[in-house]
Design a protein around this ligand. Structure first.
Ligand SMILES: NC(=O)CC[C@H](N)C(=O)O
Length: 323
């Protein structure tokens, strides 16, 4: 096993950076262009509080789909598991995250899971509050506590881009309104969903979210328990089965811990009882996952023996030049 140090992470980044070449930057996001294609950064925070990081950018990027795990936590808090999973399924979809056809084919009363767009929009409708503003404030309060970062905020530019590029998400929302799946008005659910996607975070913040899930849902400053462990377990299980969209099976095998990606090139990883990982690598594959970031996640799993299903000693011997 490799030792987790900043130097090790710098090496791991250089090994993984070439994978950016096979990805594309999501040009619909403000500030995203080819010049950032090779960016790669990682932060790791262990449950005993040690921080490690590497990469030469300290970029704040939109959460995009990594927001789906925060929305799910709030909905679970507000309504409990049974009610949430009456609205949204818990099964992997095996198709693209914004699929329209799958919405009708599985069970017309609910989307496959909360990690795809339709599922997250349905979950947004469940978050309590007297209006969108109030619901979003609850989201931000929770997120600021989780990350211990009071400065987090939404980017207006990203939010405007989400709205103007949101035709596909509107189709999903209005379809769900027609079947009675959405418990709020479609435009309101979408507005909250767009805002949640547009919150800007840095790599350290993403790692903090992973750590929060890994370390029992504690406020990192006060040790106050912010969410019951059984909800965290649900969120991590759903991340494992669906967090990397239709590559989730691949990541379950090759990384072996819960991850959630976003089309901004963000990945949150959570290794229960051990650490949270945040990765930023803006070039993504056709499924919406960071190519260099994904390679890095898999490398970290192997080198640091993070696979929850057991360590592959053959790989270790190979890495050590034995056998
Ligand atoms: N996969 C993602 O990160 C999806 C977020 C994107 N803004 C969308 O709604 O389609």
């Amino acid at each position: 096993m490799k030792e987790l140090t900043n130097d090790y992470l710098e090496e791991a980044i250089e090994d993984s950076r070439p994978y950016a070449a096979s990805g594309k930057v999501n040009l619909s996001l403000p500030g995203y262009d080819e010049t950032i294609k090779d960016d790669l950064r990682v932060s790791i925070i262990t449950t005993n509080g040690s921080c490690f990081s590497a990469g030469n950018n300290n970029r704040y990027i939109p959460m995009q789909s990594t927001s789906k795990i925060i929305g799910l936590m709030l909905a679970l808090q507000d309504f409990g598991k049974n009610r949430v999973f009456q609205t949204v399924g818990m099964e992997p979809m095996g198709d693209f995250f914004n699929s329209i056809s799958q919405l009708e084919s599985y069970d017309t009363s609910k989307p496959f899971n909360p990690m795809i767009n339709a599922g997250a929009i349905a979950v947004s409708a469940l978050i309590k509050g007297k209006n969108v503003e109030n619901r979003f404030n609850r989201y931000m309060d929770f997120l600021r506590k989780i990350t211990n970062n009071d400065h987090l905020k939404m980017s207006k530019e990203v939010y405007e881009a989400e709205k103007s590029n949101g035709a596909r998400n509107r189709s999903l929302a209005y379809f769900m309104q027609s079947t009675g799946t959405l418990v709020a008005d479609a435009e309101e659910a979408l507005d909250l969903y767009f805002r949640m996607n547009s919150v800007m975070m840095c790599c350290h913040d993403f790692a903090r979210v992973g750590l929060f899930l890994a370390k029992g849902g504690l406020d990192l400053e006060t040790d106050e328990k912010l969410i019951p462990s059984h909800h965290l377990r649900t969120v991590k299980a759903i991340m494992m089965s669906s967090g990397m969209y239709n590559s989730s099976g691949h990541y379950a095998v090759e990384a072996g811990f819960p991850c959630k990606s976003g089309v901004s090139g963000s990945i949150i990883g959570s290794i229960p009882g051990r650490m949270g990982i945040g990765v930023i690598g803006p070039a993504i594959d056709e499924k919406g996952n960071s190519t260099a970031g994904g390679a890095l996640i898999k490398k970290l799993s192997q080198d640091l023996e993070l696979n929850m299903f057991g360590v592959d000693y053959t790989d270790r011997r190979r890495a050590d030049g034995v056998g």
